[in-house]
Design a protein around this ligand. Structure first.
Ligand code: APR
Length: 260
């Protein structure tokens, strides 16, 4: 910070600390409006206003288990019934929810931007339901199941499941088609997300704690390649200091305001 001759505080360049929310909104909106290539990374926070609990928020625990204790191959091996009970609970909860204005704003943004990529860590399917054409699902889909032994995989929207843990016709256990902690992300999907991050002019990050890798590295990659990073979140995250613009607030309020 420097002092002007009049003794008034002026800032050598705009920064998150010095700009008001309105200034930031206008600036972010301007960046998006003039960008040819925009990528967006969403996390559980974008579905929070639809009533889907986040993983690390105050409602993130299920029966005192953390997501990390249940979403892993080890947990499934140890107690597939318990893991499926958690997914059955989440599936029933999500089935009753609808997309919110945050999801719909991203559908509109896709229409507005020439090259638009939506990358999501969410498995709830609400981006599809809102009408996003091709969300890159880094962590899979809660509505798809696959056999742990044979090649069977299918969409399954039954809630609640009649049998827990559910089994395949071959007799083996079915599992949710979700990427668990310690498992590799779908290669082609992650490559597409990586390329979008590398080429984006603006990278929007909405409703993620930015703690889970490799998703959390995408905005940093985008920034390194020259993109402006815009973060929308209720709270500060490890990504906030690396973002060009931080827009504090609920995604369902903020994202619609970024549209042209
Ligand atoms: N608007 C914007 N942000 C919100 C809102 C909201 N209405 N509600 C909550 N948030 C923010 C929280 O402040 C938090 O930073 O959303 C974030 C949610 O963080 P997490 O629960 O950690 O969810 P996410 O980042 O998606 O988790 C990543 O971890 O458990 C795994 O595979 C799971 O995909 C998930 C991954």
């Amino acid at each position: 910070m420097i002092l002007s001759p009049e003794g008034v505080r002026v800032f050598p360049e705009a920064s998150i600390e010095t700009m008001t929310n309105t200034d930031n909104l206008i600036r972010a909106k301007g960046l998006i409006a003039s960008a040819e290539r925009v990528a967006v990374l969403t996390g559980a926070g974008i579905s929070a206003e639809s009533g889907v609990p986040t993983f690390r928020g105050k409602d993130g625990l299920w029966k005192n288990y953390r997501a990390e204790d249940l979403a892993s191959p080890e947990a499934f091996r140890k107690d597939p019934g318990l893991v499926w009970e958690w997914y059955d609970w989440r599936r029933s909860l999500i089935a009753a929810r609808q997309p919110n204005p945050g999801h719909y704003a991203l559908v509109k943004l896709e229409e507005q931007v020439p090259a638009f990529t939506l990358i999501t860590q969410n498995v709830d399917g609400l981006h599809d339901l809102a009408g996003s054409s091709h969300p890159l699902k880094l962590h899979g889909d809660i509505w798809t199941v696959r056999c742990t032994r044979c090649t069977y995989t299918d969409i399954n929207r039954q809630t609640p499941l009649p049998e827990i843990p559910p089994r395949c016709d071959c007799g083996s256990l079915l599992r949710p088609d979700i990427i668990w902690f310690g498992e590799a992300l779908p290669e082609a999907t992650f490559r597409e997300a990586w390329q979008a991050a590398e080429s984006a002019e603006v990278f929007i990050v909405a409703g993620t704690s930015a703690l889970v890798q490799p998703a959390a590295s995408l905005p940093l990659l985008a920034a390194k390649k020259g993109a402006k990073v815009v973060e929308v979140n209720l709270e500060e995250t490890p990504l906030s200091p690396h973002s060009d613009i931080v827009l504090p607030g609920p995604a369902g309020d903020v994202l619609p305001q970024l549209l042209a």
